[in-house]
Ligand binder design. Structure first.
Ligand code: ARG
Length: 458
């Protein structure tokens, strides 16, 4: 039965109908909607609203609808507005008037948040799984490149030697926090709203504890007004996706730079690159650029839902329907971005020869901090040592020499504490291993960190 006719005269305005109907996008929630309705029907049976035969009819009918939707034969109608009413109408077409009992004591206001929560439980698990695969390919690359020393960067200027593994593991460290955010988010997500009614709570004493168990939630919502009002679980989810995308975007930027003609530390596989329609020599890192680009959309979706929420009075308002398109877009974009990044790490090559050339071309300036430490060990106060080495670098630049090319006499001109052993400083493995603290780039620390992560991944 159409719900309009009782209260309202005539047909819905055509322009309004186009924004009123959400079926175009909320049909994506059909599985969750049916799952929720089956559980609700069972609760109605417990409440004696349905008898055994009616319950079975309803469950069969709903399962058939699910099959039809999956097979593409179910007819969605815009005049039925949303997924909830489309399925209710479909059920009537299958089993007749018994279908009209299913909505007893239930509101679409609670139904939609139930569907969304069920959808996000599954989606979060899927995202976690995909992240895990990305972690594995990052760690594999790190393991192969413990001893590959690259310049680290601050201000995108060469800083100190680090292991390429250490650089890659920084990506994992950031994304691991998002993994933990998902875990924490799931605790709040698994709160069951059904039984809240339209706003005041169920009027038929529906067994919420039964519904919670049926649907696999960990708790039930404590306030019916809040339950139908809130979309903070969507905001939280979209924030975590935004955090992930923000990190992926920076990783993409790193890898675009690292694979550039000018730097060339890494190569990305052809299957993740495109070429130019005009310039035949081009190999473009579009896979990474699209990850970076999609980040803007995902951030936008977060701002969009936060803005929708900020001014609406308690409790349900139709504005809330605007939560879905951005959410689905964020899900699809984030999943795709993680997957593509995983492919990038699986396929990238490390150009050790090129890295050596760059490092050697850096004229040992990467060792400048180690040189200050050298003087400090000889008893010079750090601030003074810093100044002395600064002057030496200035001198070396003027003389067009690398730091290891300066003679011991030249060094002694700057400070008497320099001795022959100063040349031991110019050794990349030694330099890296000097940073021997938890979290530092010393090889044994990196290996420890890799072991710890591998254990966690298992
Ligand atoms: N399509 C609606 C939404 O997304 C479902 C809930 C509708 N409730 C209502 N009273 N019209 O929010």
């Amino acid at each position: 039965l159409p719900i309009r006719d009782g209260r309202l005269k005539g047909r819905i305005n055509e322009s309004f109908s186009r924004i009123n109907a959400s079926i175009r996008f909320d049909k994506r929630l059909y599985r969750e909607d049916i799952e929720g309705s089956i559980a609700y029907a069972k609760a109605l049976f417990k409440n004696k609203v349905l008898d055994k035969e009616e319950l079975e009819e309803i469950i069969d009918g709903l399962k058939n609808i699910e099959k039809e939707i999956e097979g593409g034969t179910f007819v969605f109608l815009e005049e039925d507005e949303d997924i909830h009413m489309n399925i209710e109408r479909g059920l009537y077409e299958k089993i007749g008037e018994t279908a009209y009992k299913l909505h007893t004591g239930r509101s679409r206001n609670e139904q939609i948040v139930l569907d969304e929560r069920l959808f996000l439980i599954k989606t979060t698990e899927e995202l976690k799984k995909t992240l895990l695969m990305l972690f594995k390919s990052i760690v594999r690359r790190a393991k192969e490149n413990c001893e590959t020393v690259i310049p680290s960067y601050t201000h995108f200027r060469q800083a100190q030697p680090v292991s390429l593994a250490h650089h890659f593991l920084a990506y994992h460290a950031a994304l691991q926090r998002d993994m933990e955010r998902f875990e924490d988010f799931l605790r709040r997500l698994k709160v069951m709203p059904l039984g809240s009614g339209a706003v005041a709570g169920s009027s038929i004493g529906i067994d919420r504890e039964f519904l919670r168990k049926e649907l696999g939630f960990e708790g039930v919502s404590g306030n019916s007004i809040d339950a139908v009002s809130t979309r903070d679980f969507i905001i939280e989810f979209e924030f975590i996706c935004s955090a992930i995308m923000g990190t992926l975007s920076r990783i993409a930027e790193d890898l675009i730079l690292f694979s550039s003609d000018e730097i060339g530390y890494i190569g990305i596989p052809d299957e993740l690159a495109t070429t130019s329609s005009l310039m035949p020599q081009k190999k473009n890192p579009d896979s990474l650029e699209l990850i970076r680009g999609k980040t803007g959309r995902v951030f936008g979706n977060l701002i969009s839902i936060m803005t929708v929420m900020k001014g609406i009075p308690y409790s349900y308002n139709r504005d809330l329907q605007e939560d879905k398109e951005g959410l689905f877009d964020t899900v699809d974009s984030t999943l795709a971005a993680i997957e593509v990044m995983k492919e990038v790490f699986s396929g990238l090559s490390v150009n050790k020869k090129r890295i050596k050339t760059v490092i050697e071309g850096s004229k040992d300036y990467l060792f400048a901090t180690d040189l200050s430490d050298y003087l400090v060990k000889k008893g010079v106060f750090f601030r003074k040592a810093h100044r002395i080495i600064g002057s030496i670098v200035q001198y070396a630049i003027k003389e067009e020499k690398s730091l290891s090319q300066l003679t011991i006499e030249e060094y002694k001109e700057f400070d008497q504490n320099f001795e022959k052993d100063v040349y031991d400083v110019f050794n990349y493995t030694r330099s890296v291993n000097l940073h021997d603290v938890p979290g530092g780039t010393a090889l044994r620390r990196i290996r420890e960190e890799i072991n710890r992560i591998e254990k966690q991944l298992r």
